[in-house]
Design a protein around this ligand. Structure first.
Ligand code: KG4
Ligand code: ZN
Length: 357
C-alpha cells in the first residue's frame, strides 16, 4: 500500500492528545485536552489526577479527532499508534489500553511509540520541503520530562550523547517560575516556562550573575551531560544573599533573565561539544532539530540557530510551538514512520515508563 492513515494517541504525561496523520505528511485532524488548570494549584503534575483525567477525557478526545476529520475509525484509519513510554506509568497505561483495545477489536496494526522518538521525528513531518528532512540530524529534546541530546541516524536508530544528571530543563523553568511566584500563562503554549520567558524578556540579564553548570572536563563523553539543579540553588542564594524583594517586578524580571541566560549558555556549551563529537566521527549532519516544550522558547531558539550555523553550517529546525509540546500528531507521525518500515507491535505490549531511546 502506498498511502495510509494513522490515528495517534498520547497520554504519557498531562496532555490527552489524539490526531490523525497520513503518510503524505498531512495532519488530517488533531484534538487535545490539557490539564494545566488541574495541576496548577499543586505547582506540578500530580500523577493520580493526571491519570483520572486521561481516563475521563480520552474517549471524547478520540471521538473529537475522528469527527474533525470526518472519518470512521473502521473504514478510514489503517494503523493505531500509541505512546508506550517513557512517562507516568498509570497515564501511559490509560492510552495504551485504549489503543490496544481499538487496534485488536478493529484488527488494525498497532504501533507502540517511544515518546522521545516521536518528539524527534516531528520535524520530518513539519519541515515541509519536497523531500523528507534526511537523517542524520542532531536533536535536542528539551521538555518537562526529558533533556536529551541525540543523533538521529534513522527511524529507531539514535545515538545518545547526553542527558541531564538531575532536573530537566523544563523542571528548572518550572521551579524558578515557582520560586519567583510568576503566575502561569493560560491556554495552549502556556504554563510556567512560557510565563518565565515573558518575564525574562524585559529583564536585565547582567544585573546578577550565576555560574554556568558543568563547564569542566570537556573531553570525556559524559561531558555532554547537563545539570540544572545547581541553577536553582544559585538563584535562591542570590535572593537570600542580597535580600531581594520578590514583590518587586523589576527584580523578578532581572532574575528570570539571569536564569534564562545561564540556561542558554549551558545548552549551547553542551551542543558545541555534540557538534564537535559529530565532526570527529564524520557524521554528515543535515540539521539541528530542537523539540519538546522548552524548544518553543524564542530566546533559546535564536541562540541555537546561531550555534548550528556557526558550528556545522546547518539550519535549526523546530516544529511549530503547539507540536513541540506533547500532542497526538507526533505520535501518529512516528506511527507513519515506523509502519513504513514494518515496525509493528503485538496487541499484548506493556507500557515502558522508563525506556531508554
Ligand atoms: O514537551 P512538554 O509539553 O511536556 C513534556 O513532555 O514534559 O514540555 C513541558 C515543559 C514544561 O516544563 C514547560 O514549563 C516548558 O516545557 N515550557 C517552556 C516554554 N514553554 C513550555 N519552557 C521555557 N520557555 C517556554 N516558552
Ligand atoms: Zn514530551
Amino acid at each position: 500500500r502506498t498511502s495510509f492513515t494513522v490515528l495517534g494517541i498520547e497520554t504519557s504525561c498531562d496532555d490527552t492528545g489524539v490526531a490523525i496523520v497520513n503518510s503524505d505528511r498531512q495532519i488530517i485532524s488533531e484534538a487535545i485536552h490539557l490539564q494545566q488548570q488541574l495541576h496548577e494549584p499543586y505547582g506540578g503534575i500530580v500523577p493520580n489526577l493526571a491519570m483520572s483525567s486521561h481516563q475521563q477525557y480520552l474517549p471524547l478526545v478520540i471521538r473529537e479527532a475522528l469527527d474533525k476529520a470526518n472519518m470512521d475509525i473502521d473504514k478510514d484509519i489503517d494503523v493505531i499508534a500509541v505512546t508506550r513510554g517513557p512517562g507516568l506509568p498509570a497515564c501511559l497505561g490509560n492510552g495504551l489500553s485504549a489503543g490496544k483495545a481499538l487496534a485488536a477489536a478493529l484488527r488494525k496494526p498497532l504501533i507502540g511509540v517511544h515518546h522521545m522518538e516521536a518528539h524527534a521525528l516531528t520535524a520530518r513531518l513539519t519541515h515541509q520541503t519536497p523531500d523528507l528532512l534526511p537523517f542524520p540530524f542532531l536533536t535536542l529534546l528539551i521538555s518537562g520530562g526529558h533533556t536529551l541530546i541525540l543523533v538521529a541516524r534513522g527511524v529507531n536508530h539514535y545515538i545518545h550523547l547526553g542527558t541531564t544528571i538531575d532536573d530537566s530543563v523544563g523542571e528548572a523553568y518550572d521551579k524558578i517560575a515557582r520560586l519567583l511566584k510568576i503566575p502561569w500563562l493560560k491556554g495552549r503554549g502556556g504554563g510556567p516556562g512560557a510565563a518565565l520567558e515573558q518575564f525574562a524578556k524585559n529583564g536585565d540579564p547582567k544585573k546578577f550573575s550565576v555560574p554556568i553548570p558543568m563547564t569542566k572536563d570537556k573531553r570525556r563523553k559524559e561531558a555532554m551531560n547537563l545539570s540544572f539543579s545547581g541553577l536553582k540553588t544559585s538563584i535562591s542564594s542570590l535572593i537570600t544573599k542580597h535580600n531581594l524583594d520578590l514583590d518587586n517586578e523589576n527584580i523578578k524580571r532581572d532574575l528570570a533573565s539571569t536564569f534564562q541566560k545561564s540556561v542558554i549558555a549551558h545548552l549551547t556549551d553542551k551542543l558545541r561539544l555534540a557538534f564537535k563529537w559529530c565532526k570527529e566521527k564524520g557524521i554528515p549532519l543535515t540539521a539541528l532539530v530542537a523539540s519538546g516544550g522548552v524548544a518553543s522558547n524564542k530566546s533559546i531558539r535564536s541562540s541555537l540557530e546561531l550555534l548550528a550555523a556557526e558550528q556545522y553550517n546547518v539550519p535549526l529546525i523546530c516544529p511549530p510551538p503547539h507540536l513541540c509540546t506533547d500532542n497526538g500528531v507526533m505520535v501518529a507521525w512516528a506511527g507513519v514512520e515506523r509502519f513504513r518500515l514494518g515496525l509493528v507491535d503485538e496487541y499484548t505490549i506493556d507500557h515502558m515508563p522508563k525506556w531508554p531511546i
